[in-house]
Structure formats: C-alpha cells, structure tokens
Design a protein around this ligand. Structure first.
Ligand code: ZN
Length: 278
C-alpha cells in the first residue's frame, strides 16, 4: 500500500478538463494523499485556486511566475501575484488589498513555480533573473518555501539563491535530472530538497545511480509534473498523480529500501519543507 504526496502537478491544465474528477479519484485510490498545484502566471493562479477549491484539503495551491512566462509585462504579473500572496500570508504587507483574500483552505503553501529557464530562449534572460530574485525576496519576507524550476541555468540560479542563503525558508528544486555535482550544489542549501518524478524510470536515466550516491533520502520529495514526464510504462502518455507508484518502486530499488520507507521518508520531508501536517 502506497501513501505519498504529489508535490508538483498541473492538474488545472486543459489536459484534465474532461476527466479531472476521475484523475483525482484514481490518485486517491493509488494512495496519493495530497496534490500540490503550481501556478505559472496570473491566469493560472486563478485556475489553480479554482481546482483547489473543488478539492479542499486535497489539492493545495502554490502561486508564482514561471520563467518561461516572463515577458515584457513581467512587472504587472508579479504585482498581481504578490497581492494574492501577501494578502493571504501569515504576515501580510500593510497595504495588501482585501478583495484578494482567500479562505484559510485556499491559502498558498509555497511560491512557485519560479526559477530560470534558458533552454528554449534567452530573450528575456535579464527579466527572468530579476523576476526570480524578486520572488526569492518574497520567500524570505513571507517565510514561504520556493518551488523552483531550473533548466540550463544552474550557476545563475545558485548565484541568486546564495545572496539570500541564510534567510531562505527552504523549497524544492523540482524535476531534478542533473549529475552528482549539480545535486551537491543544490543540497548545499540546507532546507531544500530535490523533486523526483518520471525521468527516474527512463531507460537512459542516470538518476538511479546519481541519487543514492549523493542524495540522502531525507532530501527527496516525489512529483509528477503532470501532464508531462509520465514514468515508464506510461512514458509518452498524459501523466497523472496515480502513476507516482512507478517512481516509488524504482526509487526503492535504487536505494535498496522498501516502498513503504520511500513513502514514509518523502512524506516527512514534505511536512518539513512545506510546514504542513498531512
Ligand atoms: Zn511544472
């Protein structure tokens, strides 16, 4: 029997418009106890909150501006997202607007997803850096964890985080696919963990060797990144939270521990990083 948490799932996406109830039902049956939903811009802050309202205490929201969504209007996007966050955090800013207030059940549990992505384009490279740093400052100010996306930009990303290293509340480096050196560099940030998903199960993945070599089990959490990154044997299909069981099985093999131990330890890590009781 599995008991786990999907810490990163775009369940608000169009891909799930037709059968979201069935997807959530399958997740519950598979042993998924919570699903965390990241926003990627202002529009998805709304769709994420809508889905979380539909599945209270099961789907939990994270709000932020994704690096691939950083464009010319990034300052307006950040302003709108910061109003939501600060109105609903423990320590609201003095002038946060009242109409953005959410019920306790809808309160964001993290800032995300945020980060840097230079894989497709460096067109907004500087804007991405500024937007990321601004959201890192929010994390410090509001003491909320970060859900971090990073592609082809690890050195730049680590440089920003280092500036705030002593005050960072923690977070997740989501969809980790790097090598040992990259894992070590990320784990130097003490309250951070690596998010592991379907890539672990891919035939050519080096993660089954890299992870046990340098990542202790108390520094990992599970995720789908659904609808993307479906694990083997569902590779190429739409991913969903129920499929994490395949990741757990592969992770247990790699570390030489039981599936129950993977669940127990990753759940404990989630509670520590996000400061919530499951
Ligand atoms: Zn994502």
């Amino acid at each position: 029997m599995f008991n786990y948490i999907d810490t990163h799932c775009h369940l608000d996406g169009q891909e799930f418009a037709e059968d979201r109830d069935a997807v959530v039902q399958r997740a519950r049956e598979a042993g998924c106890m919570r699903i965390f939903l990241p926003a990627i811009d202002v529009a998805t802050c709304q769709t994420v909150l809508d889905v979380c309202r539909q599945y209270p205490d099961y789907c939990l929201p994270m709000l932020g501006l994704h690096p691939e969504e950083v464009r010319a209007d990034w300052r307006d996007q950040l302003l709108a997202i910061s109003n939501w966050l600060s109105a609903n955090s423990q320590q609201p800013k003095a002038n946060s607007p009242r109409n953005a207030t959410l019920s306790k059940r809808e309160q964001p549990i993290a800032i995300g997803e945020v980060g840097l992505d230079y894989y497709w384009s460096r067109e907004f490279e500087h804007e991405q850096l500024e937007a990321f740093e601004e959201q890192v400052r929010w994390a410090v100010e509001l003491q909320m964890p970060l859900m971090i996306h990073c592609r082809k930009a690890q050195n730049e990303l680590v440089a920003v985080l280092k500036k705030y290293a002593n005050d960072l509340p923690g977070g997740v480096f989501h969809c980790f696919t790097g090598n040992e050196q990259e894992a070590r560099q990320m784990l130097e940030f003490p309250r951070f963990v690596l998010g592991i998903g379907g890539v672990l199960t891919f035939k050519k993945s080096h993660l089954p060797e890299v992870l046990p070599a340098c990542v202790p089990l108390d520094r990992l959490v599970l995720e789908t990144d659904a609808p993307y990154m479906a694990p083997v044997p569902m590779r190429g299909q739409r991913n969903e939270s129920a499929y994490i069981t395949h990741v757990i099985t592969r992770l247990a093999e790699a570390y030489g521990v039981s599936e129950e131990e993977i669940c127990r330890q990753t759940n404990e890590n989630v509670q520590k990083v996000f400061g919530i009781q499951i």
